[in-house]
Design a protein around this ligand. Sequence first.
Ligand code: C2E
Ligand code: MG
Ligand code: MG
Length: 629
Amino acid sequence: MTYSNNNREQVYKGLLRLSIQLNSETDLDSLLDLVVSESSKLVNADRSTLFLVDDERREVYSKTTPGQEGREVRLPLGRGIAGTVAFTGEPINIPDASVDPRHAGDQFGYVTNSILAVPLKNNTGSVIGVIQSLNKQSGPFVQHDEEILTALCDLVALAIERVTISKEQKRLSDQLVYQAHHDALTGLPNRLLLEESLAQALAEANRKKHQVAVLFIDLDRFKMINDSLGHTIGDVLLQQVAHRLQAGLRYSDMVARQGGDEFVVVLTVVKSLQSVTRIAENLLKTLREPFIVCGQELYVSASIGISLFPTHGSVVSEILRHADTAMYKVKDQGKNNFQYFMHEMNESEQRRLWLVTQLHKALELGELLLFYQPQVSMKEEQIIGLEALIRWDHRELGLVSPGEFIPLAEETGLIIPIGTWVIEEACRQAKEWQNRGLPPVRVSVNVSALQFNRDDFVNVVTNALEKSGLDPEWLELELTEGLLLGDTYLIASKLHNLKEIGVYLAIDDFGTGYSSLRYLQQLPIDTLKIDQSFVRILGSVHETPKAKALLKAIAMLGLNLGMRVIAEGVETSQQMDYLTEIGCHEIQGFLVSRPLPVADYDGFARKAESRLASLNQSGLNQPKIDRVA
Ligand code: C2E
Ligand code: MG
Ligand code: MG
């Protein structure tokens, strides 16, 4: 719709409506499009064009509307109609363009008769654009048209100013929000954002029932670097540290700068203690690599304190405080390390967490070793096997019992590398004994459910055999009943695979698990190891006819199924005698020998026959009293 020239009232109404529209428009582009489409209607023109000033190039260019891309017209300032208006800041009204030299020609493919061009000025009076209308439908443009376009230009200038200001305000307020949440030096989230994000992470973890870890990192001796080399170097170093910390983490984790040389890492989803420990170790490692700052090589280390949600606290302040406390502990104990928060834990929990960090290094430090406990046949008076039993010789604690650290290794997944090492080491040792000419005996290795259930378990066994050159018939794997409870088909096929390789399979601690007798018949098991608890009853206050009958029944069961049956934990000759009586001639226990360090085995093997013979003698002749070897 266009407004009739006669109807001034309508024109003013149109102008008013447009001014309201312009006022509510927040996007500059849409605002300018609106100007182009409405200005023609207001002055009853065929077409209007909005030119904008390009100050840098000293040109005006036509603002294209969607669909007109690439059809932009450019004119130098001072040239053509729009260029002249932009240059002089004065309107131009040409009744007959065909005779006016300023008219640049027919750029848009129209025959142009009349032209009206008025400047668009900003609030300081500078020209920022030109509105140019072509061909008044009822003859040339008049003074009134010029007034209308000028009024429109004023409205547009105001609207542009408003949009630009609100855009700038938004940019400024965004920038302020960003600055309030980030550290200016490193660009990392600051304490405020850390606390906000940590609160979110805790809420999420609470809902989804997972753990969150907070690592409080403080550089060691940073003050010294800062004081001796100057703040500029200190600052660059902090930036590089920030960068390395970030690079070592997942996208979903967060590094914040707490202030000074303190950084905080939040691991938002923690699957296992082991993964936290690994990340802490990696962070320490990356920080130990030399930094090159302004051509200087700098060496830095850090102390890391770790606290966990929900173990060490349920709110942000508590978690952060505890991580900080743990960090100070590390500083006290010589820096360049990490430690979990401990203060409020009871002693056994403290020891557990501490052991985890220690166990992590045990393999690397060569603190793990195997002892071997002889398994003997009393009938043949000879050694028939050796059970490999792991020992952890910790530099401060001395020997740590597997009863304490194996469950921990299972919980943290460390049992996988440890278990692989045990199989390899046992095979290697067995082969070494054979190479040295000792009579070959089978080594038994304990296998955890976690280990057995891994897809690569059969490969681990094959590799160990290949690596050591040990013949498979000299390796036995001890599995617990619990391990056989999973997916029957998978377990059976894995056991058959192992049998195909040629290794032996034993059920350890038989009778203590959820004994399903059917598996004894279905699965290819060679040996049944009667649990110590049944043996211990013999000669104790719990010895009853029923208890003895049960032990006998278990032994019979195995023997009748064609398995080897061996009794564990035999400590007295009285126990040995009863076992012999019920047909169980194979025994393992302190009566024969404690688990031996490798160095002691040679001596034992040499004297084994005479020792076993004398045991048989004493067992038969002596009164049945407890004699613990
Ligand atoms: P297990 O496989 O049932 O091993 C027998 C345990 O009984 C050994 O304890 C052994 O020292 C102990 N023992 C042997 N004879 C007697 C005796 O006459 N009296 C008494 N009171 N105890 C006796 P150890 O070496 O402390 O091992 C404990 C458990 O730790 C083992 O029980 C086994 O389940 C686990 N373990 C040991 N080494 C490994 C390993 O390399 N891998 C895995 N996954 N578990 C292991
Ligand atoms: Mg065992
Ligand atoms: Mg056992």
